[in-house]
Each structure stands twice: as structure tokens, then as C-alpha cells.
Design a protein around this ligand. Structure first.
Ligand code: SF4
Length: 476
């Protein structure tokens, strides 16, 4: 196990790179459920794949519930659990041969899956995109919180089927709902849960759940953390896994490196309780603030909108997609969609105790470089709409105060356009051509420019239908 920054901070590391196969082929297997699929894991591993992942159909359903559609979703085989088996080699013939071999092997076993093979890069990329979107798909605002509770427990792949059956039964017994996905080849299972982490009863229930989940995974000889570390949430179970003597030795080991107990305290050894320091918790009582926009998809509540982001970090990508241009340029967390969401969440978290939550300079600063391009509304897995949140925030931030001159210049453009159109009729000095806005050419060109070609004429009190925006009289 790693010390998870409790003893030292790694500043640089030397790594050994493995050759990247020049050709790949992808075999996609469809099974009725995850435990049945897991019965074939060791047979698949025997064929030497370079990648072995899985996800349940619920991932596709979740993505569609949020309006996402992609080519890969339509290319999956029959079934409710999909196993992606990837082979790599220097030539396409070699990878194809491996793909055919797995077909022969699995058709000889009970519970033969539906099988699809893809050796072209586009189809492979389409299907991997669905798997990559799994974690982002788990949160459905107002329906499923997608909270990390028992994220990455792992067992020996040979014992995976039984573990998945028992884990599913445990989740159902506690009344939670989840969709499973993860790394079949390593027996490491990811899932997100719909937890109640704002009431004392819900938190106690979650505490009991992870306690039983720890016993379950250990009964299969596995580990509560297969990938992301024990941290604070899982550290309480280390004495059960390693025994108290070994954990005592961990503690003495840390004391040698970190006698002042300054390196990531409260994690791994002498940990704080799993449910201490929750992001929400029983103290989370945001104020119900009046808003101009209705936020109908967030329960008509700005606090829920500010809590949409659950930290997946897709907005920190630098390659492809629109989201998020200000992060791509500055590489600063506060200029990412996630950073801004976090600032708004903290503003709302404290809103119950603050007199003027909308006057937060830190939030204003974080929103300053947001282009309001709506990239996040389209690309973010939970469709954070920062452009709308920014408009809402700034309208309150400037209430009763002067805005910057640029805001009046652009925000009142329809009035300036009318002034410009009217100015066109002013008499001109003999021998000079009539003035027109943006051009010194013909009056007809100036007329088109002033009245915004392609747009209906501006009217005060224009309709806001379809924007989810409140009329002034309908403010909450
Ligand atoms: S609207 Fe703002 S936060 Fe969203 S992608 Fe554009 S710049 Fe980033």
C-alpha cells in the first residue's frame, strides 16, 4: 500500500514506459448481468488482453436521461452488462486472431455472451467513449446524487462473481441504487450511490453500510480500496485487513518521517472517522435566495444548481470539446467550470449566515473570466450552466451599484442602435456624405446595420419563453 502523502511528498519520479501496440482490436461482450459476466473473467484473462473493462447498461440509460447520445451507445451487443476486451499487437492480423480465439473459447462455456468485434479505430473510440463517460453519468441532478461511498473495492478476479452478487444484495438491502462499472481484469469495481448525507439518520445509515461493505470485501480476501487509496473514508477498516499490530507499525513508521504529524494528518493512520468532514453534512442549510432565473431542473433552487458539479473534472481537459476555454488558457482551477461551481457552492453553503451572500468578491473574481460561452451546458456530464449562474450572480452583485462601462455599452446595445438610426437623419454640412454607424457608405447600408440584420426589432419587455427565466413579477 502507498503512504498517500502521509510520510513524504513525491516531487519527481522516473517511470518505465511500455511499448504501445500499433494495432488493436476490441471485442465487446453482452451479458444479462455483472455477476454472470464475471464468471468468464479468468477465461478472458487467459487470452492475454491489454485491456479488460466493464459497465452496466444503466450507464447508457443515465447518459440518455441527461440528453446525451453517441454512436457507441448504438453499437453495443445485446445484454445489460458489457465487457470490453482489447487486444494489441504489431499487426492487425495478430489482434484479429486473438479476437476470434476469445469467441471460440466463450462459445464453449455456459452463459455464452452476445459478441461483437471491432477492428477499426472509429468504432473502438466510440465504444470506449461510453465507458469513459461512466463516472460522469452517475449523477442525475434531482434524481441520483452519484456520491462516492464505496468507490473502488477490489477482489481477486476469480472470486469477482460471488462478490458482485453479494454487493448488489447489500446495496439493495440499504435501499440505495447504483450502476456498476470498472476494471474487470483487476477485479476493481466502481460505483456511485444515492446517499442521504444531510440528515443524521442518513449519515448513520451510510456509516453502517460501509461497515458491512468492508466486512463483505474482506470476506472475499479483497481490499476496500483497489485504486484510489484509503484516505479517511476507508482507513478505519485497515486494522481489520492488516491486523492491529501492522497498523501500529504504520503509525510508528509515519512518526519517523513526520514527527510533527503535519503530512496529510487524519488519513490512513490515526484517521478521523469516515463520516467526519462531509462536504454536505447536517450543517448544510443554504438560504432560499430570490432569483431571476427559475432553475426548474434544479428544483427551482439556486443552491441545488450550485451543487450540480460533483467534481469529475471533465472541464479540465485540454483536448477537444468546448468546455472550458478560460481553463484551457489559464490552467487555473478557479477558472474552470468545476472551480467556479465550487466557489458558488461555498457561497451558498454560508448563505444562511451571511447578510449579503451575492456580494462575495471571491465568486465575482472566479466568474470574471467566464466567457458565458455555454460550453459547459453542452459538454459537462451534469450540464452545469455557468453562463446562467454568472448572469444570476452578477445581477445581484450589482444591485444598487453602477456596473462597468462595458456592461452598459453592450447591455443597452438596442438603445444605442436606435440612437444611431435616428442620428442618420441629422442634416449634414454641404458637400459631406450623410453619417451612418459603422460605415460611411450608403444610407440603406447604415439602416441595415442599425436595425441588426437577421434579427427582429428590439422591443422592451421581449418574451423570455424557453429560457427558463422568470418575469420580474414572478421572482421567488
Ligand atoms: S460558460 Fe464559462 S465556465 Fe462554462 S465552459 Fe464557457 S467559459 Fe467555461
Amino acid at each position: 500500500m502507498g503512504s498517500e502523502c502521509t510520510c513524504a511528498l513525491v516531487l519527481s519520479a522516473k517511470v518505465r514506459l511500455l511499448p504501445w501496440p500499433r494495432k488493436r482490436s476490441l471485442v465487446v461482450l453482452g451479458y444479462p448481468d455483472s455477476p454472470t459476466a464475471a464468471e468468464h473473467v479468468t477465461d478472458i484473462l487467459d487470452t492475454g488482453p491489454v485491456g479488460l473493462e466493464f459497465f452496466e447498461r444503466g450507464i447508457v440509460a443515465n447518459l440518455r436521461a441527461k440528453g446525451f447520445e453517441s454512436a457507441g451507445m448504438g453499437e453495443l451487443p445485446e445484454g445489460d452488462t458489457f465487457v470490453l476486451v482489447e487486444y494489441g499487437a504489431d499487426t492487425q492480423e495478430e489482434t484479429d486472431r486473438a479476437g476470434h480465439a476469445i469467441r471460440e473459447r466463450l462459445t464453449a462455456l455456459p452463459h455464452t455472451p452476445d459478441i461483437k468485434e471491432y477492428d477499426d479505430e472509429q468504432h473502438q473510440a466510440d465504444i470506449w467513449e461510453v465507458r469513459r463517460g461512466a463516472i460522469g453519468s452517475t449523477r442525475i441532478p434531482q434524481q441520483h446524487g452519484g456520491q462516492a461511498g464505496w468507490e473502488d473495492a477490489a477482489v481477486d478476479p476469480a472470486r469477482l462473481s460471488g462478490y458482485l452478487r453479494d454487493f448488489r444484495e447489500l446495496v439493495e438491502r440499504y435501499g440505495y441504487h447504483t450502476v456498476l462499472f470498472g476494471h474487470f481484469g483487476q477485479g476493481c469495481i466502481h460505483n456511485r450511490l444515492d446517499l442521504d448525507l444531510t440528515t443524521a439518520e442518513g449519515i448513520t445509515r451510510f456509516n453502517d453500510f460501509i461497515d458491512e461493505a468492508a466486512d463483505l470485501v474482506l470476506s472475499y480476501g479483497g481490499t476496500p480500496s483497489g485504486e484510489h487509496g484509503d484516505g479517511q473514508l476507508k482507513a478505519a477498516f485497515l486494522p481489520r485487513m492488516y491486523g492491529p499490530e501492522l497498523v501500529d507499525a504504520f503509525e510508528r513508521f509515519k512518526a519517523i518521517f513526520d514527527p510533527d504529524w503535519a503530512m496529510n494528518p487524519g488519513k490512513v493512520v490515526k484517521p478521523r472517522a469516515p463520516v467526519d468532514d462531509l462536504r454536505l453534512g447536517t450543517h448544510y442549510h443554504p438560504a432560499e435566495l430570490d432569483t431571476h432565473f427559475a432553475f426548474p431542473e434544479d428544483g427551482f433552487n439556486f443552491a441545488d444548481a450550485a451543487n450540480r458539479c460533483f467534481g469529475v473534472g471533465k472541464c479540465r481537459h485540454l483536448d477537444g470539446g468546448t468546455m472550458c476555454p478560460s481553463f484551457m488558457v489559464t490552467r487555473e482551477e478557479k477558472n474552470s467550470t468545476r472551480g467556479r461551481s465550487r466557489m458558488l457552492f461555498e457561497m451558498m453553503e454560508q448563505s444562511g449566515e451571511r447578510r449579503h451572500p451575492w456580494r462575495d468578491e471571491g465568486v465575482k473574481d472566479a466568474l470574471d473570466l467566464c466567457l458565458a460561452c455555454k460550453g459547459c451546458k453542452g459538454d459537462c456530464p451534469v450540464r452545469v450552466d455557468m453562463a446562467t449562474y454568472k448572469a444570476e450572480f452578477l445581477s445581484h452583485y450589482y444591485e444598487g451599484r453602477l456596473r462597468p462601462r462595458s456592461a452598459y455599452a453592450m447591455g443597452l446595445i438596442q438603445r444605442w442602435s436606435r440612437v444611431a438610426a435616428w442620428r442618420r437623419h441629422w442634416p449634414t454640412a454641404p458637400g459631406r456624405r450623410p453619417w451612418s454607424p459603422g460605415s460611411s457608405s450608403s444610407p440603406s447600408a447604415s439602416h441595415r446595420s442599425a436595425s441588426c440584420p437577421g434579427s427582429p426589432p428590439a422591443r422592451s419587455g421581449a418574451s423570455t419563453a424557453g429560457t427558463g427565466r422568470r418575469t420580474p413579477t414572478a421572482r421567488r
